[in-house]
Ligand binder design. Structure first.
Ligand SMILES: NC(=O)c1ccc[n+]([C@@H]2O[C@H](COP(=O)([O-])OP(=O)(O)OC[C@H]3O[C@@H](n4cnc5c(N)ncnc54)[C@H](O)[C@@H]3O)[C@@H](O)[C@H]2O)c1
Ligand SMILES: O=P(O)(O)OC[C@H](O)CO
Length: 335
């Protein structure tokens, strides 16, 4: 690789810790900000983040701190790895510490509830930077598999292509292969919507349905996601790529997905509160983003029937069985 970069990763959950490992394995000097001092001490002293990635030894080049100023000191790349709905608040606290000209990278997959904004829009607004300084990493990236160094690919999207290429270089390893893209809208809409479709797939599993049902949900889920993305100005081809179909398949099919697991619990008859308790504080982004995505779709006159029923189950007391019947009973139409 070229010169190692100084990189701050803010958020030491499953994906933040895993992506920090990828960046360190790629030869960069990485500082991971975590909320709790004891987690920083565990990472620095034993090389493990046992709460989020049990059994995964972290590289020496990765250091942790609970001091955001220390993490951000002279960082050339700043990676934001907190849940979507808290990104604005977190970033507002870090904004005065952001190094000038650093690339700001979002790992979060969601749409903000209060504003219906994508994460890159929230970042550009709060950090007061042009969109060309904001990048997104999104793809079929289940943290646990990547932490185990199983091969995968991803998309690094930034409207400023040289920045996308620099970030691509910074996160390329023998097991992690990033492709560049300049379509932020498409990559982010795909990443946010797949969580909602994964909730639906989980519900189908919980109801005892098999692969035909899953495949139908994935395919029609991709259709409604693409409709929304295109209405927002995305390149339709982005939805056929790693961050579109790729992530949709990985998330909907894998029992490692928190969204799919959450949906499965609802499908088995658990309440939202019971499914939330079982998640032990880990984020299932689709539960909140189904509301903002549904609203965004309504604002742009886009039909998203699967998102509608997921919203119904999560927030309006609709049961998964009748939700499935509602989808099947819709007016018949050409594909
Ligand atoms: N886990 C994955 O496999 C994966 C892969 C790709 C993308 N993502 C996305 O990355 C983002 C982060 O996911 P994650 O898996 O690391 O989540 P997580 O639940 O494992 O961890 C979230 C981290 O954010 C921190 N945090 C800071 N402020 C917070 C707040 N106000 N509320 C809650 N947590 C706060 C938590 O302490 C924790 O370290 C999500 O948008 C997710 O969709 C996750
Ligand atoms: O565990 P989930 O459902 O948040 O999905 C994780 C990643 O987004 C998969 O790419």
């Amino acid at each position: 690789m070229a010169r190692p970069e100084r990189i701050a990763v803010l958020g030491g959950g499953s994906w933040g810790t895993t992506f920090a490992k990828v960046l360190a394995d790629a030869g960069n000097d990485v500082v991971l900000w975590v909320r709790r001092a004891e987690v920083a001490a565990e990472i620095n002293e034993s090389r493990y983040n046992s709460g989020y990635l049990p059994g995964v030894e972290l590289p020496e080049r990765l250091r942790a701190t609970d001091d955001a100023a220390e993490a951000l000191q002279a960082a050339e790349i700043v990676v934001l790895a907190v849940p979507s709905q808290s990104l604005r608040e977190n970033l507002a606290g870090w904004q005065p510490l952001l190094p000038e000209d650093a690339t700001l990278v979002s790992l979060s997959k969601g749409v903000e509830l209060s504003t219906l904004k994508r994460m890159s829009q929230v970042i550009a607004e709060v950090a007061d930077v042009p969109m060309g300084r904001v990048a997104v990493v999104s793809g079929p990236n289940l943290a646990k598999e990547i932490a185990a160094e199983q091969p995968t690919a991803t998309v690094v999207a930034c409207p400023d292509e040289p920045r996308a290429v620099a970030l691509q270089q910074a996160c390329s390893t023998s097991y992690f292969r990033p492709y560049t893209n300049t379509d932020l809208v498409g990559i982010e809409i795909a990443g946010a919507c797949k969580n909602v479709i994964a909730l639906a797939c989980g519900m189908a599993v919980g109801l005892g349905f098999g692969h035909n049902t899953m495949s139908s949900l994935i395919t029609r889920g991709l259709a409604e996601t693409t409709r929304l993305g295109v209405a927002l100005g995305a390149d339709p081809m982005s939805f056929a790529g790693l961050a579109g179909l790729g992530d949709l398949v990985a998330t909907c099919m894998s029992p490692l997905s928190r969204n799919r697991t959450f949906g499965e619990r609802l499908g088995r008859g658990e309440t939202l509160a019971q499914a939330q308790d079982a998640a032990h504080g880990q984020v299932s982004e689709g539960v909140k983003s189904c509301s903002s995505i549904r609203e965004l779709a309504a604002r742009h006159g886009v039909e998203m029937p699967i998102t509608d029923v997921v919203y119904g189950v999560c927030h309006e007391g609709l049961q998964p069985g009748p939700a499935a019947a509602e989808l099947l009973g819709r007016e018949r139409k050409p594909e």
